[in-house]
Design a protein around this ligand. Structure first.
Ligand SMILES: Nc1ncnc2c1ncn2[C@@H]1O[C@H](COP(=O)(O)OP(=O)(O)O)[C@@H](O)[C@H]1O
Ligand SMILES: [Mg+2]
Length: 374
């Protein structure tokens, strides 16, 4: 990613990357890290724009320019930038710590239609201060839905390549894998435009180091058995790791996380993750303890893999076997499961799979009382 930044700086061309991965796997964190380094070490003009909820290119343009102003606030070159964007900017908040960007619809449209020219213009003004632009468009979910965005993206990239004028820009898009697919469906020539960076789950060793580090920073130790429990349930997902780690810490009274606190943490975390990440329709559907236990069983059986009807059926008791086909139908309607081919399924989303596993297993974990009774 930083290599692409440098390449853009040296070649004066637009480099393009696409960070993809499931929710909670660390895409935005990776993007922030790259931004930080590009700003500090490569002296780039950087902006990380969150486009959640944005549905139009006008809104994208507004957030991009607001973001550019915000990321330059309190920096030596701010006056130059504010001079260029001046009439659109307004500082708000008691100490002028926030920036609002006001522009008419026409002005916004102009900004995205001529984004290359605008960025080139800003870089011209900031010569000596900043070299090249890193533009990160994060959470493009609403936009990926639209043909308008896909077409704009393609023509922006093509336009920059053929304009004959340099534009040292590293453009980074961030989304779920299925959103990237949507974009390509809208405009198939986008297929080869981006180098794809797939964010993977953390390894066990990284997870362990991260957790130990986090606990050490608050002067807390963790038992090996507790650590292994947390590792197993987090599945390498930073978002889950953080939920469990926080919850286990909350449950700890002394300065040592034992297996009981870890187990309680898992139960608490399952609830928090359910609230944050799982669609209410799905939660309703798995209220039935039968569905929840089947789902949990299936989720534990099949880490990242497909499973067949036969395989799962053999693991279920009679009552569960009876409802299995209805269960599968319902889970497919809810987009929890997807069918690969006849009789073979997989989970649509790995983070959610881990939640189902947590939620079902949480009930089986020992409570403090049981544990104390031995
Ligand atoms: N490498 C990492 N190690 C530890 N925690 C991380 C790491 N990457 C992300 N996190 C944490 O995990 C959570 C989810 O990360 P985030 O970047 O928001 O994921 P995404 O954008 O893919 O949904 C955040 O709270 C973040 O602080
Ligand atoms: Mg994110």
């Amino acid at each position: 990613m930083l290599g692409d930044c440098r390449r853009a700086q040296h070649s004066g061309r637009v480099e393009r990357s696409y960070i993809e991965g499931e929710r909670g796997i660390g895409k935005s964190s990776l993007a922030s890290l790259v931004r930080e380094v590009a700003d500090r070490d490569l002296r780039m003009l950087t902006v990380h724009v969150h486009l959640g909820g944005a549905k139009t290119l006008d809104e994208m343009a507004r957030r991009v320019f607001k973001g550019l102003a915000e990321s330059s606030q309190n920096r030596p070159w701010y006056a130059k930038l504010a001079g260029a964007l001046g009439k659109h900017l307004r500082s708000v908040g008691l100490f002028g710590t926030r920036v609002e960007f006001h522009a008419s619809r026409e002005e916004l449209t102009n900004l995205w239609q001529n984004l290359g020219t605008e960025l080139r213009g800003l870089l011209g003004l900031l010569q000596g201060d900043r070299e090249g632009v890193l533009l990160i468009l994060d959470d493009i979910n609403g936009l990926a839905d639209t043909r308008e965005f896909a077409d704009w993206l393609k023509s922006f990239v093509d336009g920059a390549a053929t304009s004959g004028e340099p534009l040292p820009l590293h453009l980074v898009l961030v989304s779920l894998p299925e959103r990237r697919q949507q974009l390509v469906d809208h405009n198939p020539s986008l297929n080869r435009v981006f180098s794809i960076v797939e964010v993977q789950p953390l390894s066990d060793e990284d997870t362990r180091q991260y957790l130990l580090g986090a606990l050490r920073s608050v002067d807390v130790q963790v038992d090996e058995e507790a650590l292994r429990l947390i590792l197993r349930f987090s599945g390498g997902y930073p978002a889950i790791l953080q939920e469990i780690g926080d919850a286990a810490f909350e449950r700890t009274e002394g300065d040592r996380v034992g297996v009981v606190e870890a187990a309680e943490g898992v139960v608490d975390a399952a609830q928090a993750i359910g609230r944050k990440y799982i669609k209410p329709e799905v939660l309703d559907a798995i209220q039935s303890s039968k569905y929840r236990s089947i789902l949990g069983r299936v989720a534990s059986l099949t880490v990242g893999e497909s499973f067949s009807r036969q395989e799962v059926l053999s693991q279920l008791d009679d009552a569960e076997q009876k409802v299995f086909d209805n269960f599968v139908r319902r889970m497919r309607e809810l987009d929890v499961l997807v069918q690969n081919d006849r009789g073979s399924y997989r989970f649509k989303n790995e983070l959610n799979r881990l939640y189902y596993m947590l939620a079902a297993r949480a009930q089986e974990l020992p409570t403090r009382q049981e544990r104390e009774r031995g």
